[in-house]
Write a protein that binds this ligand. Sequence first.
Ligand code: 5MM
Length: 336
Amino acid sequence: MTSRSTECRQIAAQLTAPGKGILAADESIATMSSRLEQAGVTPSADSRRMYRELLVTTPGLSDGVSGIIFCDETLGQVLSDGRPFAQAVRQLGILPGIKVDTGAKPCPGLPGETITEGLDGLPARLAHYAEIGAAFAKWRAVFTIADDKPSWGSIANNANALARYAAACQEAGLVPIVEPEVMMTGSHTIQRCAEVTASVHAAVRQQLSLQHVDLAGIVLKPNMITEGDGSPERSTPEQVADATVQVLRAWPAELAGVAFLSGGQPPERATANLEALQQHQTPWPLTFSFGRALVSPALAAWGGDETRYADGQTALGVHVAANAAAARLRRDLQSA
Ligand code: 5MM
């Protein structure tokens, strides 16, 4: 094993350490600007920087957060005290990560489906991010469920890109977070979500193997298995956990860990599902890599008002603590 593989394995284990999870604060400029605008904040490079500073300076953040995913803009910015974001979070004992895909773009030949781009020039970009302090990276592939979707073409294209990204990351000494997201959008059943997610994961596993990616040096970031957000059903946390673990069981034991995305679930539902997941014995740790389920309450509580800065941080702290407690349940159960 090379020293880079050993390093990747150590970082992946650190990211999924017991009782800790990942904060996804890597919204693209367009997404972040529109979320700030909805919260009443004028979007600009500085308001995005201020908002990310609010997040990373939340008291006690490192008690429940092992890593934070940033976007390129934030990694090039500094806190009010002049420290670059990567340096500031490392000083807290939190690993900085970087979203390296350049977004899900319409896929020629597959109307209504996307291919996540960003492979061109990736090794040079990864080397730069490693040099400025990043420890891990993230790439998100997006799959939408409809009667005829996702197509096999979309699954094959995106699985191949995810695996090529993962291999490039490990060569650069960065841990790849591999995120195949089957969207909650739609009126599909929980069974259909399970079938689609299982097919996507099978293709991703095959491509990771073809690209010689070391599974002990990656973190898988999947969706939980739920019905669509337009479905009249509402599965219980136990049903979600059962269905999710059943799909995940196809992953080998050497996988370093699983850190779920929240996918637009209300924060309390995402946390309840994470709690229920801990009741299952699995060979890999199960934790969170939530974006909206952690930051939406903080953004709403702050709203760009400096007198409510502490309210934003309190809201983030409360949600981090709840999810870290959920992720810690598993160890408590095992030692009981
Ligand atoms: C934070 O949002 C991430 C970036 O999204 P865009 O590039 O589309 O702006 C996103 O990849 C996020 O990390 C995952 O979707 C998980 O976030 P949620 O909110 O689903 O937990």
